[in-house]
Write a protein that binds this ligand. Structure first.
Ligand code: TTP
Ligand code: MG
Length: 366
């Protein structure tokens, strides 16, 4: 790995659920689902995350909580331990996240590298300078040792586990960290990139969701190797700019630098109503509460200003819309941000359709 970059991607395992486990050792070995109130199977929100024990029942993030409840009920009637459903405790997760990010930032600094947090539980570090002066073999050993040290530090300080991926760029590091979850380390040498990628399902490429996956399936593309056989022009015709990204990702190409990139960060919150509604009296207080919560979180993370505000609406028929506006907004100026949220939201309220979910997001921090 001598002339190439050495990028780490670190992602905590079942993050919200792991924080809950560490706070409550009596939960050990039990299935844990963090998210909306299941209300005995009648709850209408979604799962934020589930620990790996609960995932064995088929539970995953963003699944309706009512479905998770039913899956747990049938697992427990088949003899599995009954699941523990917990609400989201944001302040706990944000404390753990901060402390883990500090460990990663310090690691980057120690090796004269760079750091970029991309979500509450994941970050990249570029520590290329670490192998400036070593030969190939002891270079790999050094990387293994650093990965182990990072994991140990996180575990001993915060009692949660992380998975680490190492590769010559952010794309490969990200796919690698997911490769042996939980608590894994996967190192992909530059010369092994293609062999690592080829057998993977296309869904493993960041940015390939269910829609792209289905569209690729129509082209008889299921693995990265299949994707590599599709000419660039066809991908461009079918997917536009995203098609070019697919072409490059399938070849392991990614030249993005790792840096303090506030532009890619966002803070958001959503709310699913107990009953679909078009009542402004019911909806607007929730919109304002989401706005306040998001601004408070942004303040906590010391973001003083941001460029973009986005609102999200999901109607009862699951049609989902987002609307954004860019400008220069102060995190402390709650009133102005609320006014903007209201302005963006108003046309959707006037559509006279019942609303199921609303969301509020700020991004492009300054
Ligand atoms: P992820 O890293 O995607 O998931 P995870 O840490 O729970 O599990 P994994 O071991 O696969 O990494 O997300 C981090 C946290 O973000 C997760 O614990 C809960 C939250 N989250 C949601 O609230 N909703 C979602 O849809 C997703 C994907 C995550
Ligand atoms: Mg995670």
């Amino acid at each position: 790995m001598t002339e190439k970059r050495i990028i780490f991607h670190v992602d905590l395992d079942a993050f919200f659920a792991s924080c809950e486990e560490r706070e409550n050792p009596r939960f050990l070995g039990k299935p844990i689902v963090v998210g909306a109130d299941p209300k005995e199977g009648k709850g209408r929100g979604v799962v934020s995350t589930a620990n790996y024990t609960a995932r064995k029942f088929g539970i995953h993030s963003a699944m309706p909580i009512s479905r998770a409840w039913r899956l747990c009920a049938s697992a427990s009637s088949a003899g599995a331990p009954s699941a523990i459903f917990l609400p989201v405790n944001s302040s706990l997760y944000s404390r753990v996240s901060k402390s883990v990010m500090k460990i990663l930032q310090d690691t980057a600094q120690k090796y004269d590298g760079t750091f970029e947090q991309v979500g509450i539980d994941e970050a990249y570090i570029d520590i290329s300078p670490v192998c400036n002066d070593c030969d190939r073999n002891n270079c790999i050993q050094r990387i293994e040792k650093i990965a182990g040290t990072v994991k140990n530090k996180i575990r001993s300080k915060e009692k949660v586990t992380a998975s680490v991926g190492v590769g010559p760029n952010m794309l490969i590091a990200k796919i690698a960290s997911d490769f042996q979850k939980p608590n894994g380390v996967t190192i992909v040498n530059p010369e092994d990139v293609q062999a690592f990628l080829d057998p993977l399902p296309v869904r493993k490429i960041p940015g390939v969701g269910p829609k792209t996956e289905a569209a690729l399936k129509q082209l008889r593309v299921e693995t990265v190797l299949d994707l590599r056989k599709v000419p660039q022009l066809i991908l461009y015709e079918k997917f536009g700019k995203h098609g070019i990204a697919l072409y490059e990702s399938s070849r392991g190409i990614d030249e993005r630098p790792v840096g303090e990139d506030a532009e890619t960060k966002s803070i958001s919150e959503e709310h699913t109503f107990d009953h679909d509604t078009k009542s402004a009296q019911k909806i607007l207080p929730v919109l304002f509460r989401l706005t306040q919560n998001v601004l408070q979180s942004a303040l906590k993370e010391e973001f003083r200003a941001f460029h973009t505000v986005t609102i999200k609406i999901r109607y009862a028929d699951f049609q989902t819309h987002t609307k954004s506006q860019s400008g220069n907004y102060q995190t402390k100026n709650q009133e102005a941000v609320e006014r903007l949220a209201l302005k963006l939201f108003w046309p959707f309220l006037n559509a006279q359709k019942k609303i199921r979910l609303i969301g509020f997001r700020v991004s492009n921090f300054i």
